[in-house]
Design a protein around this ligand. Structure first.
Ligand code: GTP
Ligand code: MG
Length: 255
């Protein structure tokens, strides 16, 4: 077929295929969720419904993209790890990040009502998305450790900050000043001595975030007995230490 004289503009589209044999991570992050959470009455410092909605949206992404072997989420962000050898969208970076981000955002809105039945979204939520490559197993583990450490640091700070305000009667500025320069031991001590909160018994989803993985789980058959089925499950576990990786060696080995 004859090509139009405009055809040449295709050459302006540059190849953005991700390097072979590298871990591909797509991370989505809520845009301006400081405001979004306030406008929609999220509980402080953590809203279980909001975090559960994030987990639901991320599950939709993993259901659609079978090459995602693990996802990790906390606060207003989710990271999706594609198998090192994935050929999804010929590994094109923008295709991967935009499809994941778009599905995540639409699922967040699609399931909103199940988690916030009495609150109508006041405006459409927005998530940004990016693709990042990690060449070694150590790099991908360090990436996930970085996100979980971030979850821990922020959650300990926020839990103490809001306890000082909501239970201690401090203003936000007073609470901020009180926490300036404190180490994690100091925050644990404030929580325990002033508010009888043992940080280590706070819900694991808040302290550790959420890991989504595929596991074979037994499902009941209509005529009795069970059969194994792969399902996406939520776990709130430590992924910084070795234990998780030693018991899930399949995640980091090529298939
Ligand atoms: P950009 O990502 O740069 O657009 O800004 P942001 O406002 O989204 O901030 P960031 O992603 O750094 O942090 C997420 C923010 O979302 C937190 O600072 C909180 O204000 C808010 N947030 C996330 N989860 C919760 C929650 O469970 N409860 C409440 N109250 N706020 C939350
Ligand atoms: Mg954000």
């Amino acid at each position: 077929m004859a090509k139009s004289k405009f055809e040449y503009v295709r050459l302006f589209e540059v190849d953005d295929r991700c390097l072979p044999n590298t871990w591909i991570v797509v991370r989505v992050d809520g845009k301006g969720f400081h405001k979004f959470s306030t406008e929609h009455g999220y509980e402080k410092p953590n809203d279980i419904k909001a975090l559960s909605l994030m987990n639901r949206a991320a599950t939709s992404v993993m259901e659609e993209f079978k090459d995602i072997c693990l996802a990790y989420g906390q606060s207003d962000e989710y990271s999706f790890v594609f198998r090192k050898e994935t050929q999804a969208y010929s590994r094109r970076s923008a295709k991967l990040s935009t499809n994941v981000c778009s599905l995540f955002t639409s699922a967040f809105v699609y399931y909103w009502n199940e988690y916030f039945p009495t609150i109508k979204p006041r405006y459409p939520p927005v998530f940004d998305g990016r693709t990042v490559l990690y060449p070694s197993n150590q790099n991908i583990r360090d990436y996930l450790s970085w996100r979980q450490a971030d979850c821990h640091i922020n959650n300990l700070y926020n839990t103490t900050f809001w306890a000082l305000i909501l239970k201690g009667g401090l203003t936000p500025t007073e609470a901020e000043n009180k926490l300036k320069g404190t180490l994690s031991g100091d925050k644990n001590e404030i929580l325990f001595s002033q508010f009888a909160i043992n940080y280590n018994t706070e819900p694991e989803m808040l302290r550790k975030g959420t890991v989504l993985v595929r596991r074979k789980v037994p499902v009941a058959l209509p005529n009795g007995g069970t059969r194994e089925k792969s399902q996406i499950v939520q776990e709130h576990v430590d992924i910084i230490g070795d234990e998780f990786w030693n018991t899930n060696t399949h995640l980091l080995t090529l298939t």
